[in-house]
Design a protein around this ligand. Structure first.
Ligand code: SF4
Length: 361
């Protein structure tokens, strides 16, 4: 591969002098660009390791705009690891309601407990110790250590990967052998060259989010345009190549919805597996066939790795589902998953249709 005008790129080599120099240059350019370009986001207004930890958990699979709305109210309830550890997992799940991927909330609570039990209630500041906390991977540890604590810790996420791939002209397929190790090595060169690691790393993520878009890179306003290999070669749209997508796993469920007035039967899911520990309409086998279930429709739900189909049955006489309780579905303390909410919305429509038919007949 020889199309990069300013130096030679060999994707099989993890360290190339020319690329190291280019990455060090990028650290300076991004550090100058970021202060004026940074979005005003709640977790940036006051910097503490705890706020950084909470924001990183929230941002893992939820849009920035949604997290921006929920962040301060959440921190008001849980201002420290100690307050979260003492409040308990159910309280954290309830406040997490509506943000999806509840496993993150459980891991965040477990991390808070670990911080209290092993670190005196103080969030560790070095990446290696941070990485020992539940739910904290290499990227999250590096983000907290660098952005909240000013340490020269590397970070690699999807945005960083794309920027480095384009700047260095790395056209290898995501997942290719050696690619990830190369990216972490590049991220280390980048942050080591920065005067202020917190500014360079956060600016790098911001550049990936705002300028170096996957499909519409805004190279005309990019501070790295002068030495970007992909831009010089006219291959911005081809780098990085798309990641081969694994086929989603199909999961089929049958649940029963039983009403008593405005309340319906809900039971807690098992401690492990799909939607663990959340409140959910019971699976149909929990009812007796004497309850005369009848189908009212199907709800589809997609996650990153799963295609979930839920067949929903109305159970007019249902009252026997073990470990289930009558709950008002609008109670925010239930912390319903978005799939449970979709099922209940379908059940409400069916109930309304039925009462409308009864009134008109
Ligand atoms: S010049 Fe374009 S492709 Fe290169 S880093 Fe900037 S936005 Fe991305």
């Amino acid at each position: 591969m020889r199309w990069c005008l300013n130096d030679r790129y060999d994707p099989t080599m993890s360290t190339v002098g020319g690329h190291d120099e280019r990455l060090a240059w990028a650290a300076g350019e991004i550090s100058r660009w970021f202060p004026a370009a940074a979005r005003d986001l709640p977790w940036r207004r006051v910097r503490t390791p705890w706020r950084a930890l909470v924001s990183e958990f929230m941002l893992q699979q939820t849009q920035v705009s949604r997290v921006a709305e929920r962040f301060e109210p959440f921190l008001t309830v849980f201002p420290s690891p100690k307050s979260m550890a003492e409040a308990g997992e159910d309280a954290v799940l309830a406040k997490w309601s509506g943000m999806g991927y509840y496993r993150r909330a459980r891991l965040l609570h477990a991390a808070a407990v670990s911080i209290v039990e092993h670190h005196g209630g103080v969030v560790p500041e070095d990446a290696a110790t941070l990485e020992s906390l539940p739910g904290v991977g290499r990227y999250t540890a590096g983000a907290i250590a660098s952005i909240a604590c000013g340490q020269a810790a590397p970070i690699v996420d999807g945005n960083v990967d794309r920027v480095f791939a384009r700047v260095t002209g790395d056209a290898s397929i995501p997942g290719a052998k050696g690619r990830e190790a190369r990216r972490w090595q590049q991220a280390g060169v980048f942050v080591d060259a920065a005067d202020l690691p917190e500014v360079a790393n956060e600016g790098l993520m911001e550049l990936g989010a705002l300028v170096c878009h996957p499909k519409a890179a805004q190279c005309l306003i990019c501070p790295l345009a002068a030495r970007c290999c992909a831009l010089q070669a006219g291959k911005v749209g081809e780098i990085p190549p798309p990641k081969p997508r694994p086929k989603k796993k199909l999961i089929e469920m049958q649940v029963g919805v039983a009403w008593r007035g405005k309340k319906l039967l809900l039971s807690r899911r098992p401690d492990t597996g799909l939607f663990a520990k959340t409140m959910f309409p019971p699976e149909i086998h929990a009812f007796s066939m004497a309850d005369e279930p009848r189908s009212i429709g199907e709800v589809r739900h997609q996650t990153t790795h799963r295609d979930i189909r839920v067949h929903v049955l109305l159970v007019p006489n249902g009252s026997k589902a073990p470990k289930a309780a009558w709950k008002h579905p609008d109670d925010p303390e239930l912390a319903l998953t978005s799939l449970a909410s979709k099922i209940i919305a379908l059940a409400k429509r069916a109930q309304e249709d039925e009462s409308g038919e009864t009134e008109s007949s």
